[in-house]
Write a protein that binds this ligand. Structure first.
Ligand SMILES: [Zn+2]
Length: 444
């Protein structure tokens, strides 16, 4: 069925500005016309005309950093150990639905338990359950020195962990082949280590030739590569190896930036996790003693190097690291845009283009989403306020007027299932250490 959207303002995703008095025509799931109302095709009998003349219309929004299997985790153990893989898959399906209800029509999942997100992707694609378009990795590849292998060596990275430990180049290549065989869309690995050198520098967890091998094999098999890469050494290695998307890059130096410009790698900071932790963490939270301050320092480092990268013309993708207790599903996806504007000097138009047509380059659908142009999918977000004037309007549920996925209106009624659905054994039972001294102190 043909629908005519009368748009007060239209942001196509391809430019950084919006145009007034535009019309978008869709036929079933695809866009067939975008342009000035005066040049639009005539309305035929049976066509539906939808009046958004007082609204701001833009492509369906995209978050490339949503961990569907994490379950709003309160600790690493929640992510890796508690709850069965079967339960995690069902929980991930619900998480995906929540993200869609927040107005996000596409996501990428860079690291999940087993093939949870592959299963959710396939179930949504088969039309069994509502959900956003999903592009996903499997477990993130890590080494004995890396993020994802965070338990003592006598435990290692359990089978149920989101990290998969490889002990040689051969094992890394084997893991890439296994994941591609099991139909992941992207490969994710950890480039950062867990330890700092005596000089205070965060050491990378692989050496250069290992990183090269992971990237080469992934590319040979037609998969883009994402690396968790905050430290100076890790960023430099990733850029040299031609990693497609570098997450975080907070401690990137000038040499790293030069290598990023040369390789054409894209950066994606995911500052929402840090900013939320800094601003929301309360004294009763176990991480309160160290995490907010540490995150504040990370944000300061990030602002310096990422602002430099933006000015040098490095493309940015937008993601939030959703799936933790501090970044629950469906809540903070548009916050990253505000942070990019406030902390990194993006204009709202630049941030919006990043979260639409730039983000789309990572997805399975590429040019078919993140833009409103003839031929693209009719994934459309309608906002009752102007995000180019105030980027924060996208965070308020009441401003998201309508969302269309493949031309179908999405039910935006918030889900009433509570946000906390962790395995109860995983809850920390005491937030304090009750020494005799502490008990006496509390009694006063
Ligand atoms: Zn992440």
């Amino acid at each position: 069925m043909r629908k005519h959207f009368i748009c007060g303002q239209l942001f196509t995703g391809l430019e950084e500005t919006a145009d007034p008095d535009q019309t978008v025509v869709i036929d079933d799931d695809r866009v067939t016309f975008v342009g000035p109302a005066a040049a639009a095709p005539e309305q035929r009998p049976g066509d539906e005309v939808i009046d958004y003349s007082q609204d701001f219309v833009l492509p369906g929004l995209i978050d490339i950093h949503v961990h569907l299997s994490y379950g709003n985790a309160q600790a690493n153990e929640d992510i890796d150990m508690y709850s069965t893989p079967e339960f995690r898959s069902l929980r991930a399906l619900h998480a995906a639905h929540r993200v869609l209800k927040a107005g996000y029509t596409s996501i990428a999942d860079p690291a999940s338990t087993g093939y949870t997100s592959v299963a959710v992707r396939d179930a949504v694609n088969a039309g069994m359950f509502p959900g956003p378009r999903i592009t996903t990795s499997g477990r993130q590849i890590t080494s004995r020195q890396g993020l994802g292998d965070w338990y003592p060596s006598w435990i290692g990275a359990p089978e149920s962990s989101i990290g998969v430990l490889v002990r040689s180049t051969e094992e890394a290549i084997e893991e890439v082949r296994l994941q591609v065989k099991n139909r992941v869309d992207i490969i994710k690995f950890t480039a950062d280590g867990l330890n700092r050198s005596p000089t205070g520098e965060l050491m990378a967890c692989f050496n250069q030739s290992e990183v090269n091998a992971i990237v080469e094999e992934s590319h040979r098999l037609g998969r883009k590569v994402i690396a968790h890469s905050r430290g100076r050494e890790a960023v430099l290695q990733c850029a040299k190896a031609g990693v497609d998307i570098i997450f975080h890059a907070f401690e990137m130096d000038d040499e790293g930036l030069e290598a990023v410009l040369k390789s054409g790698s894209v950066l994606s900071p995911a500052l929402t996790f840090l900013v939320n932790t800094t601003e929301f963490t309360r004294p009763s939270d176990p991480c309160h003693r160290w995490r907010p301050n540490m995150n504040r320092r990370d944000i300061d480092d990030a602002c310096e190097s990422l602002t430099k990268a933006r000015k040098a013309g490095v493309p940015f993708m937008v993601g939030t690291d959703s799936g933790f207790a501090i970044t629950p599903y469906g809540e903070w996806h548009a916050r990253e845009l505000e942070i990019m504007v406030e902390y990194l000097g993006f204009t709202p138009g630049e941030a919006l283009r990043s979260t639409t047509s730039v983000n789309a380059q990572l997805l399975r659908e590429r040019e078919d989403v993140g833009r409103l142009a003839p031929g693209s999918y009719a994934d459309i977000t309608v906002v009752s306020a102007d995000p180019l004037l105030d980027i924060t309007v996208l965070q308020k549920r009441e401003n998201i007027k309508d969302v269309y996925l493949a031309g179908n209106k999405v039910d935006l009624t918030p889900s009433d299932v509570p946000q906390t659905y962790q395995w109860e054994q995983s809850y920390r039972q005491w937030n304090d250490i009750y020494t005799r001294e502490r008990v006496a102190e509390l009694a006063q």
